[in-house]
Design a protein around this ligand. Structure first.
Ligand code: PLP
Length: 443
């Protein structure tokens, strides 16, 4: 069906260095790749064929002791040996002593994922969807991982018994219509276990979609084999989000793995992280998103690098992300443009940021600017019969099929905008004014 791409000379050379008996077929065996994952600096160095400056060695060992190293032979084969020091693949996979620098604002669990956890391995933050950590292992340990705190806990492959508790939480929480399988990498589970999890979720009526977040198309594309894809096809709508950060990662093998998934009818998205020294460049990002859409992958999110410990050297100012968004919006296909988001420290969730296009307004006109710098106006309608919405939808002349209506009350800022809710302000609870009010209430 799909042509098998031939190995590069570098890959053949590496296969031989790793194991004399290795044949090309073994290189494409994902279990062989995992068995030969590189986990120490010396082997990394030997296979890369460079010797790293000696001054760094002790710091490197300390770094690896704190944040373990793991990279597949496949991903290592993408490093350019002639310019390894600036290589985006090396920077994402090889430790740097800078990871030991902890900034005053860094946090161990910046997104408070462990706090919003009503059941083991579940984070329930948004009204209708949950994050479900089904695997504690990855093929490659991304140096920029937001869950660095957990990386290398090899004992965290959850048992069926533990997973059953998460499934049970989802079962008894009817608001959950979207389940995100994450980890670790869910595709490092064997097909049988993944099939079991997906099967359990299929049986829950209120779960409408399941998403899987995986980096295997980037670091272990051979994992996307026929048996995995055939299994995925038997389950309820499954969406896959992958994690390409640099156009170099879209190799022949990676593209082939994406084609298998897309041919199986699985919608594909991509989440990138904005990383200093890797992809903090409008031209690199444009090239990345173009390659993604050519391979039927919709750029979904561009994340601001978060405040997890050990990521200082990867962070850019927010302005870099906005500059990149400015260079994409309008300049290229709308569906090639990801949403730039900051995952709010403390558990506020993802917040979209970007350039501003609405520059002024009056009572009947707004002033806008476009990507070229054209300043234009839009005149608003003189008459718009705004209806007072009391949320009595069954009496409304707009045709909402009530059976399909998702929610019956407005939340958050949407609540401030709503006619039917009397809330006029959202007030922080944790300040002196609120405490004074509480005191006088109880007096
Ligand atoms: C990112 C995330 C989600 C999914 O958010 P979407 O914006 O729907 O992709 C859900 N739960 C948690 C805790 C998350 O961090």
């Amino acid at each position: 069906m799909h042509a098998i791409p031939s190995l590069s000379n570098r890959q053949l050379e590496l296969a031989g260095l790793i194991s004399e008996k290795a044949a090309a077929a073994q290189w494409r065996d994902w279990r062989w790749q995992l068995r030969h994952t590189i986990r120490d600096v010396n082997t990394f160095e030997r296979l890369l064929g460079v010797s790293l400056p000696v001054r760094d060695r002790r710091d490197l060992e300390l770094t690896v002791a704190k944040f373990p190293l793991a990279v597949t032979p496949y991903y290592l084969s993408l490093i350019d040996q002639d310019d390894w020091a600036n290589d985006p693949v090396l920077r994402q996979s090889f430790p740097q002593a800078a990871e030991l620098l902890i900034n005053p604002h860094d946090m161990i669990d910046p997104l408070a994922e462990d706090e919003d956890s009503p059941a083991p391995n579940v984070t329930h933050r948004y009204p209708d969807r949950v994050l479900f950590y089904v695997s504690g292992v990855c093929a490659m340990y991304c140096r920029h991982c937001t869950r660095k705190r957990k990386v290398g806990d090899r004992d965290t492959i959850p048992s069926r018994k533990v997973l059953a508790q998460g499934i049970d939480y989802i079962k008894r929480t009817p608001q959950v219509r979207d389940v995100l399988l994450s980890g670790g990498d869910p595709f490092l589970l064997d097909d049988g276990k993944l099939d079991w999890i997906l099967g359990e979720l299929d049986r829950i009526d209120h779960v409408e979609v399941v998403r899987i977040g995986t980096r295997t198309p980037v670091v272990l594309p051979y994992r996307i084999d026929d048996s995995l894809v055939d299994m995925l096809k038997t389950h309820r709508p499954v969406w896959i989000n992958t994690h390409f950060n640099h156009p170099r990662e879209l190799t022949h093998s990676a593209r082939e793995s994406l084609a298998r998934l897309a041919d199986a009818g699985i919608p594909l998205g991509n989440q990138s992280v904005l990383l200093a020294g890797v992809n903090d460049c409008p031209r690199i990002m444009k090239s990345l998103v173009h390659k993604l859409v050519q391979n039927r992958v919709r750029p979904y999110y561009l994340y601001q690098c978060d405040l997890a410990e050990g990521l200082t050297h990867f962070r850019t100012p927010i302005g870099k992300g906005i500059e990149i968004m400015e260079s994409l919006i309008g300049h290229t296909s709308g569906f090639a443009v990801p949403q730039y988001v900051i995952d709010a420290p403390g558990g506020g969730g993802k917040i979209r940021v970007g350039p501003n296009y609405l520059i002024s307004w009056s009572t009947n006109k707004v002033v806008l600017r476009n990507y070229e710098g054209v300043i234009t106006t839009y005149t608003e309608p003189d008459s718009y019969a705004a209806k007072f919405c009391d949320r009595q939808c069954e009496k409304c002349d707009l045709q909402l099929n009530l059976a399909d209506a998702p929610e019956d009350k407005a939340l958050g800022i949407a609540r401030l905008l709503s006619d039917s809710d009397e809330t006029i302000a959202l007030t922080p609870a944790d300040n002196d004014r609120a405490r004074r009010r509480d005191d006088s209430d109880s007096a």
